[in-house]
Design a protein around this ligand. Sequence first.
Ligand SMILES: NC(=O)c1ccc[n+]([C@@H]2O[C@H](COP(=O)([O-])OP(=O)(O)OC[C@H]3O[C@@H](n4cnc5c(N)ncnc54)[C@H](OP(=O)(O)O)[C@@H]3O)[C@@H](O)[C@H]2O)c1
Length: 169
Amino acid sequence: MKIAMIVAMDEDGNIGSSGELPWRLRSDMLRFKTLTEGDGYNSVIMGRKTWDSLPDEFKPLPERANIVMSRDTNWNADGADTALYVGRAIEIAFAEGSEECWIIGGSQIYEMFLDRVDEIHVTTVHVSSSGNITFPQWDRSDWSENVIEQTIADEDNDHATTYSIWTKS
Ligand SMILES: NC(=O)c1ccc[n+]([C@@H]2O[C@H](COP(=O)([O-])OP(=O)(O)OC[C@H]3O[C@@H](n4cnc5c(N)ncnc54)[C@H](OP(=O)(O)O)[C@@H]3O)[C@@H](O)[C@H]2O)c1
């Protein structure tokens, strides 16, 4: 099973603002959907706060096993599996028969999985100072970047973006 990470961050590494996404980027949302859905049997692992931030109509994220990390043994939600620790989250994804398991944030969950992934899909949003929640410290010296696509701002996308796949070298 491949374990990959996907994130959109601004030029300062900001990923969220007061529990929400700081921008509206339709092209990035569509890419996120396509990549994480894959063949319809993939898993996504997220933190409880990211789960809470999803609009009700998108919960659980369809066509994917939704695995939510919480330290609260009583936490549960329709359509989500709860994991109390990293190994358990991976075990659930594996048991689901997923070929791909996507780490979809937020900051606390990215930090726990950074040394477990070999591929990070990064959308760099060309704006700065857009939030108060940041991607964790990431030493990119061991990683190489492959730029895949650049987009411009338009009525559906607040900012220009660069989409890259980073792989461990
Ligand atoms: N730009 C992006 O690509 C992107 C992607 C995802 C999210 N976001 C943004 O990121 C923000 C949320 O990120 P966040 O860092 O505040 O929260 P988060 O990582 O989504 O969730 C944090 C929660 O995860 C659980 N958790 C943390 N460490 C754990 C551990 N060791 N074992 C088990 N559970 C653990 C805890 O849940 P309990 O409190 O229930 O114990 C904790 O409160 C939002 O603004 C969201 O919009 C941005």
